[in-house]
Design a protein. Sequence first.
Length: 219
Amino acid sequence: MVLKCILSAIIGYLLGNISSGVLISKIYGIRDIRKHGSGNSGTTNVLRTLGWLPSVLTLVCDCLKGFVACMVGKALGGDLGMLIGGFCAILGHDFPVFFGFKGGKGIATSLALIIAINPWLALAELFTEIIVVAVTRYMSVASLVTTVAFPVFTIILCKGREHYALFVLFACMASALALFQHRSNIQRLIKGEENRLDFKKITQISEKVMEKMRNKGKK
């Protein structure tokens, strides 16, 4: 069992190293997304830099790699293997050895772990994220709220399940890691320097990027 959990951890971490934001941004003409905007490879930075479609692709791919890590871990070591695989995928995403340990903030990959634990839990998190973004237009605030809500929702929705304590423990661990990764956002929010999402500007960027890609395809 120990070896299976170790294998789940290794596979999860390696899958997490697949930096979707970096790879997808290259398709759209940016060599390294981490040299633009906020300096990380996550969905929000791709959104601000390249617009809607690249950010959606990044979100899906980052979530998918985390979910695969969870399922491989589950096949190897049950619920414990699933949790270890998913959490290590988040670590791999945040601190990718193949990309100089400079990755994203783990929210999309954490969503995969949440889906694996309980799909209803994932829906509650997504609903909360959408509501907070709509009200505040701060993606960081939405991420912080859902991060704090993750253990709370887990305590409520997973009660009575086998390995309940493990689910709560890993939810707390994932939340603590996400809060740590958002420390710069927290500082900017306190100082009133955090940028809100400008949906009009993002749409304009999207149109310019898509036009550039169409012109590139004609050549």
